[in-house]
Design a protein around this ligand. Structure first.
Ligand code: ZN
Length: 460
């Protein structure tokens, strides 16, 4: 009897702005693996890495699969062919693929995944990692995809959500997606908060569909497998889709903002949070963006809140001395700007009292007094009583000690929606009896075989 091996497969950066998609490639590979009757040991991972790096494609998402097979060598060869066939190399994709054949993921993999979430990682570091650990890998282009490929295998969830992604029939790719708006709205009404970010009530807009020419039809985000499958069943469209796959993902977890940034060493393109006191009051800039500064360990940090986030009206109400926590990405310094933290969430921890000097009230008449002239005190208009000085009055604050997150339409994949605050999923076991992968009946049979032939040796 053949012994079987556990194989981790990670890949990234196969997509481009023009139309391919790493999750679609994953769907194709899983279909192939299902036909090969391998045993799946977990749901496919869809890992979003640092959204604040300059060369990401649309979502900076990588995929990892964990399987058990008795023929790892032929599986690996064929997956390389899939990467070659389905990567948008001509459109600037730099795909990377990594295999790790062992049950347990070592700590240095996990460290790498953690770093890729919050930092800018150079592809050479990934190449070094591959050679140092003797990993089997494959890449095309400059190999930037190796970063996500390693990181996805090593990603250690402390919280996760799920996304069911459905894919279009090949003949429909590039055509307008027709989905009945009412059905999405109703789906959200029936399944929220078990599903989330499907429909923007405020803007009356569907959020489950991408807009580009990629093969994704729609995606339903949620807290568990059953909810996203139920959600999908409620979406109505005249278009028949090809099939779907459910991913375990770090979307909606805010994972990239959980580490504290070093105020004295803000690395460009890193993500995280800082806690500090407002030191320069907010100012509205052209375009409606709000700029302010906080101070942390004697270090002043400039923060920018962009108008589309919907957080500007909150930020504008901050005053000197307010203690806040801000999360976001560090923008590189330019000729005109120092390093800036682009705010992705704002939590008010302590509000300073807003005191304003005003003319005193006459205590007998309960009337506001009038100034008698510079340094001459104040006098009641009714009884003529005089008072020497102005008094301080507290102006009510119009913001509260709480967390403020961007408006729905400004959410990024990793943004933690407000209803997920304090929520953690970390004990949902893999259940292969759940219908996490599905090819629809409308798909013609016969085109499911691996069409590519192995021609060249993989480059290392
Ligand atoms: Zn009076």
């Amino acid at each position: 009897m053949k012994t079987s091996s556990i194989l981790h497969i990670g890949f990234d950066d196969t997509d481009s702005r023009k139309g391919m998609c790493t999750t679609f490639l994953a769907y194709k590979i899983v279909e192939y693996l299902k036909n090969e009757r391998v045993k799946f040991l977990d749901y496919p991972y869809l890992i979003r890495f640092n959204p604040n790096i300059p060369w990401k494609t649309r979502g900076n998402g990588a995929v990892a699969l964990k399987i058990k097979t008795d023929k790892p060598e032929s599986i690996k060869k064929n997956i390389i062919q899939f990467i070659k066939k389905y990567s948008a190399i001509k459109d600037g994709a730099n795909p990377g693929l990594v295999f790790y054949q062992n049950e347990k993921i070592p700590i240095h993999f996990i460290d790498f995944g953690r770093q890729a979430l919050c930092r800018l990682i150079n592809r050479n570091k990934a190449k070094q990692f591959v050679s140092k650990n003797g990993l089997e890998s494959f890449y095309l282009g400059n190999g930037q995809g190796l970063v996500g490929a390693i990181g996805a295998i090593g990603y250690a969830f402390d919280d996760y959500t799920y996304e069911l992604i459905s894919y279009r029939n090949e003949s429909n790719i590039g055509k307008k997606r027709e989905i009945f708006k009412d059905s999405v709205k109703k789906m959200q009404d029936l399944t929220y908060p078990r599903t989330f970010n499907s429909f923007d009530e405020e803007k009356n807009r569907i959020l489950i569909t991408p807009h580009g020419p990629d093969p994704v039809f729609f995606g339903i985000r949620g807290e568990d497998i059953d909810s996203v499958i139920h959600g999908k069943s409620l979406v109505r469209s005249p278009e028949k889709f090809d099939g779907y796959m459910v991913f375990r993902t770090n979307q909606g977890t805010g994972a990239h903002l959980k580490n504290e940034l070093d105020a004295h060493n803000l690395k460009p393109f890193s993500s995280g949070y800082v806690t500090g006191k407002v030191s320069v009051v907010p100012k509205v800039e052209i375009g409606g963006h709000v700029i302010f500064s906080i101070i942390k360990d004697d270090q002043q940090i400039k923060c920018a809140v962009y108008k589309p986030t919907g957080l500007t009206k909150i930020a504008f109400k901050l005053i000197k001395g307010d203690m806040i926590k801000v999360g976001g990405g560090i923008r590189k310094a330019t000729k005109h700007h120092q390093r800036i933290l682009n705010v992705e969430f704002l939590e008010v921890l302590r509000l300073e009292k807003n005191m304003k000097a005003v003319n005193p009230l006459c205590y007998s008449c309960n009337k506001r007094t009038k100034s008698k002239g510079k340094n001459q005190g104040f006098q009641c208009v009714k009884c003529a009583k005089t008072f020497p000085n102005k008094i301080f009055e507290e102006i009510p604050r119009e913001i509260e000690c709480r967390l403020y997150v961007p408006s729905l339409s400004a959410h990024r994949h990793l943004t933690r929606p407000i209803q997920r605050v304090g929520k953690l999923n970390n004990n949902i076991e893999f259940d292969d009896s759940r219908k996490w992968f599905h090819i629809s009946k409308s798909r013609q049979t016969g085109n499911q075989k691996l069409e590519v032939k192995i021609k060249t040796k993989p480059k290392h």
